[in-house]
Design a protein around this ligand. Structure first.
Ligand code: PLP
Length: 336
């Protein structure tokens, strides 16, 4: 099987497993696990924040941030098709009490403008006005096809939110891909955000783990909420050690991006309607995604349906040769 369903399917390699086996650990509920602490400090440094907190999943990281930003009934703004709106089972409403407002992509795929933020945030009104208190950003944007928001545009969005009195949360599950694609640091893409969520279990290849970052005061509260949600773990250094190895591999993502470009070119040559990927996600428009996916699966190529299209994601467990092989199998399916 050539598995292009997600970059989450990567498995820890020998070096990562060795680091996990050797990890120095402690009880992170009673005190601090030293390896989790090292991972948290290194991530905060990479993101330019005061502190960071390990969480088992990106969804928990986003949920904790939204729970701390929103009061019940507060409205929050997020991109149409964003993970927080469509793929977190309603937790922004159920657990954080937020009323979602989706922002249309008026600035390109997965991107909305600062003007749209100003317009949606509105002006403060009398006491009976709906309160809008948070802007959620997503970089790269998953369902739009791994699209990247450049630094200047990110800064404009943050400034517009600030002017309107909104806090800013960045869902940076794939911020590493955005940084590599743009040739900038993750900190440049997180600048000005109050809180940031990043994943280690996607392109960077760790078996699990995300971090939610912000001020030291935010992280102290986030630690309490993580425990409430059942995310307080004991010797988490075993998995944090994998996270530290993962952070050494940010530059490798350029290889995944090259493979995505190769895949997109090949699919286009086969007559599929495919845009040019900006990172490691390739979206293909076909008349009947379900039917083609079924035939691809029978031929040993896995992908997923997303937003009416087929989504392919390249990752570190797939080589350029695997992409060539996947294209040959898809070509055979299309010829049938
Ligand atoms: C994967 C992802 C998350 C977090 O997902 P988990 O499966 O909970 O780790 C959050 N946001 C985006 C954009 C994602 O792609």
């Amino acid at each position: 099987m050539i598995d292009l369903r997600s970059d989450t399917v990567t498995k820890p390699d020998e070096r990562m497993r060795e680091a996990m086996a050797r990890a120095e650990v402690g009880d992170d509920v009673l005190e601090r696990d030293p390896t989790m602490q090292a991972l948290e400090e290194r991530t905060a440094e990479l993101l330019g924040t005061e502190a960071a907190l390990w969480v088992p999943t990106g969804c928990m990281g986003n949920t904790i941030a939204l729970m701390l930003h929103l009061r019940r009934g507060d409205r929050f703004l997020a991109s149409a098709g964003s993970h927080v709106l469509g793929m977190e089972l309603g937790t922004p409403a159920w657990l954080a009490g937020g009323l979602p407002e989706a922002l249309a992509w008026d600035a390109g795929p997965g991107r909305f403008s600062a003007a749209a933020v100003r317009e949606a945030a509105g002006a403060p009104g009398p006491y009976f006005t709906l309160r809008t208190s948070l802007l959620c950003l997503e970089n790269t944007h998953n369902s739009a096809g791994g699209t990247v928001t450049p630094v200047a545009e990110h800064e404009e969005l943050v400034a517009a939110a600030r002017q309107a009195g909104l806090a800013v949360h960045l869902d940076g599950a794939r911020i590493w891909n955005a940084a590599v694609a743009l040739g900038v640091t993750p900190a440049q893409l997180a600048a000005g955000a109050d809180t940031v969520q990043v994943c280690l279990s996607k392109g960077l290849g760790a078996p699990m783990g995300s971090l939610v970052a912000g001020t030291a005061a935010f992280v102290a509260e986030a630690r309490r909420v993580r425990k409430m949600l059942g995310g307080g773990v004991r010797q988490g250094g075993i998995v944090a050690a994998a996270g530290l190895v993962a952070l050494d591999r940010i530059d490798d993502l350029a290889g995944d991006h090259a493979n995505a470009a190769r895949l997109a070119e090949g699919l286009a040559a086969l007559g599929l309607e495919v845009g040019t990927p900006q990172t490691n996600i390739v979206m293909a428009s076909v008349p009947d995604p379900g039917a083609l996916l079924e035939r691809m699966t029978a031929a040993g190529v896995l992908a997923v349906p997303m937003a009416g299209r087929i989504r392919f994601i390249t990752h570190r467990d797939l080589s350029a040769a695997d992409i060539t092989e996947a294209l040959e199998r898809i070509a055979a399916v299309l010829q049938d």
